[in-house]
Design a protein around this ligand. Structure first.
Ligand SMILES: C[S@@+](CC[C@H](N)C(=O)[O-])C[C@H]1O[C@@H](n2cnc3c(N)ncnc32)[C@H](O)[C@@H]1O
Length: 305
């Protein structure tokens, strides 16, 4: 795996307030009922980041259930502890430093081992699933919430409604080349969610069930709710920072590793920035709308008793 120097914690640019609107709480409660999670007492959240998933999972379990989050970046661990204190959950959620490939826990330690948008960042997904299974008690559950990020490239907005077929194909080809480069660099497959049910089966997990998060990130003028305001600000913030999925430097690294040329990169990136500017202008004018579709799977498997 390539070692990447980071001024900021891994995924920091994805930890904005929009992450608080990723799930409908009643849908998670429904899954908790379907999967009979009322008996769960101990949970491990792998790749916990700043604790968004840990807190959400804790909130749909019995009040006696506790969640431990494991995260390699000490700055994120610190932030997760702070956020959890602020949410009044410090007694139920705690955090430790550690890597998914070598979880610092004994075999069979947890009733439930879970992760969200972790497996899209690891080089060896089967090895991490195996490790998650190891620390799950016999009969306990492994639950992964991971996307196919590629699907959202086909979702249109009011700003690109007249885009030509070649322009759309170029955008998709660019993103696929970057995705492929990310895999080649050992930094994970952004659309790994497609493979998880099969990989759970290969890891000898049973009772596998797959659902899709029923929440989308629609943007609808005049954006007059707290969620709409947060989503709109996130789009505008990305535009101000000149980001399109990734920063320019990240995208260049992935594109080159995926087989793209330097010359093509500059040309195509400029078009992405033109798109970002067009979208931002429509947002400022309150004319931008999209249903914001994506695929965010949630996959459950059981360690056999
Ligand atoms: C996109 S964030 C997801 C954070 C959190 N699960 C959530 O949904 O809010 C991915 C997190 O995985 C962590 N991560 C990356 N590689 C990891 C590894 N090999 N082991 C454990 N965590 C890792 C990163 O540091 C980052 O905090």
């Amino acid at each position: 795996m390539t070692s990447v120097h980071r001024d900021q914690p891994h995924s920091a640019s994805y930890f904005g307030p929009q992450r608080d609107f990723w799930w409908n709480r009643d849908y998670l409660e429904l899954l908790a009922r379907r999967w009979r999670l009322e008996g769960v007492r101990s949970v491990l959240d792998v790749g916990a980041g700043v604790g968004h998933w840990s807190v959400l999972v804790a909130s749909v379990l019995a009040p006696t259930a506790s969640v431990v989050g494991v995260e390699p970046d000490p700055r994120s661990v610190e932030q997760a502890r702070r956020r959890t204190r602020e949410a009044g959950l410090a007694g139920r959620c705690s955090y430790a430093q550690g890597a998914a490939e070598a979880l610092p826990f004994e075999d069979g330690n947890f009733d439930l081992v879970t992760c969200q948008t972790l497996l899209i960042h690891v080089p060896d997904v089967p090895a991490v699933i195996k490790e998650m299974r190891r620390v799950t008690r016999p009969g306990g559950l492994v639950i992964a919430a991971e996307p196919n990020n590629r699907a959202s490239l086909l979702v249109a907005t009011s700003a690109d409604v007249n885009e030509s077929v070649p322009a759309r194909v170029e955008r998709i080809q660019f993103a696929l080349t970057c995705e492929r480069g990310k895999v080649a660099l050992g930094e994970g497959n952004n659309s790994v969610g497609d493979f998880l049910p099969g990989l759970f089966a290969e890891a000898e997990l049973t009772d596998i069930e797959t659902f899709i998060n029923d929440k989308e990130s629609a943007l609808v003028p005049p954006y007059d709710s707290q969620e709409q305001d947060v989503l709109r600000s996130a789009w505008l913030d990305d535009a101000a920072k000149r980001r399109w999925i990734w920063s320019r430097e990240e995208a260049r690294r992935f594109f080159r590793a995926g087989g793209g040329t330097e010359h093509d990169f500059d040309r195509i990136w400029q078009r992405r920035m033109n798109e970002v500017d067009r979208g931002a202008k429509r947002l400022e004018a309150r004319e931008f709308h999209t249903a914001g579709g994506g695929i965010h799977y949630i996959v459950r498997g059981r360690r056999p008793p």
